[in-house]
Design a protein around this ligand. Structure first.
Ligand code: PBG
Length: 310
């Protein structure tokens, strides 16, 4: 009792954003082999799953689309087609579950035939041309009902451009959760399996951060704050707890952390082998993220943690 009373860190269900994957079709619930317990849902079943999560106390979700390869192109044009899978799913969710807080993803990779977050030309990413696509994408998502826009693309200057475009179109109350310190990480592997979005050539090191750098995160955070971000995110979470703590001590904006697919997969795989207690490892790692200074935690464990704490 006393130990509970003096405990410095408590997780609340309200801390979590639960990432979900949507796929086209009806009545589809496809397992993702490298993420046991996580599925790609068609919109109908996705909405049922979200309603179940709401009964467990989870009300915030991040949504990612698994797009047919045939619809991918160099310019991610599917991303702003109002009849496309993702935008349709957003509007249906907001129609059927209006209380949900929905974070959408702004980046080209789910729709890009190159598997990159930006436009590729001669092996280079075109920053400014990409931002034009991201603006169209973010506006279409806001129009469909997004509450929080999550630019995960890492182009320079995108937060300012997105804020400006959203304000100009009257979406002043749509928030931006910037992927501020997103590292070029091996821990994104299972997510790329889930979306079949791995880069066809090269890697993402020219636009994602070098894991060796910490001070660079401060520079990125200063820029994002000045450009109008409402949240600063660190990603991945567990290998970057020092970065979460650094940003939390230097900025007043809420810090979010993304407990990514590979961090989830590691615990699941070890637990399946009986090499560690999966539930305890889950709780301990979620607590470490909160203790480090994250106010918001994006985690594939959100539902399991909510079930555990019923
Ligand atoms: C890309 C994006 C990635 C994730 C979210 N958005 C991976 C990448 O940069 O390739 C990873 C999330 C996870 O691993 O859970 N825009």
């Amino acid at each position: 009792m006393i130990r509970r009373m003096v405990s410095e860190t408590r997780l609340n269900i309200e801390d979590f954003i639960f990432p979900l994957f949507v796929v086209s079709g009806d009545n589809i619930k496809e397992p993702i082999p490298s993420m046991p317990g996580i599925y790609r849902y068609s919109s109908d079943l996705l909405i049922e799953e979200m309603a179940i999560c709401q009964t467990l106390g989870i009300n915030s979700f991040a949504l990612f689309p698994a797009i047919d390869d045939a619809l991918k192109d160099k310019y991610a044009s599917e991303s702003y087609d109002p009849d496309g899978l993702y935008l349709q799913a957003i509007s249906q969710i907001k129609k059927q579950l209006p209380e949900v807080c929905l974070m959408t993803d702004v980046a080209m990779d789910p729709y890009s035939s190159d598997g990159h977050d930006g436009i590729v030309e001669d092996g280079m990413i075109l920053n400014d041309e990409t931002i034009e696509v991201l603006e169209k994408m973010a506006l279409a998502q806001a129009k469909a009902g997004a509450d929080i826009i999550g630019p995960s693309d890492m182009m320079d200057g995108r937060v300012w451009h997105l804020r400006d475009a959203l304000d100009a179109e009257g979406y002043r109350s749509v928030s931006i959760m910037s992927y501020t310190a997103k590292y070029a990480s091996a821990f994104y592997g299972p997510f790329r399996d889930a979306l079949s979005s791995a880069p066809k050539e090269g890697d993402k090191k020219t636009y994602q951060m070098d894991p060796c750098n910490c001070k660079e995160a401060l520079i990125e955070a200063e820029l994002d704050e000045a450009e109008g971000a409402d949240f600063l995110m660190v990603k991945p979470a567990l290998a970057y707890l020092d970065v979460i703590s650094l940003l939390d001590s230097n900025f007043d904006l809420p810090i979010a952390a993304y407990n990514v697919s590979g961090e989830y997969a590691m615990i699941k795989a070890a637990a399946e082998k009986g090499w560690l207690d999966g539930q305890q490892a889950m709780v301990e790692s979620l607590i470490s993220i909160k203790r480090a200074g994250a106010r918001v935690i994006l985690s594939y464990f959100a539902k399991e943690y909510a079930e555990l704490s019923q």
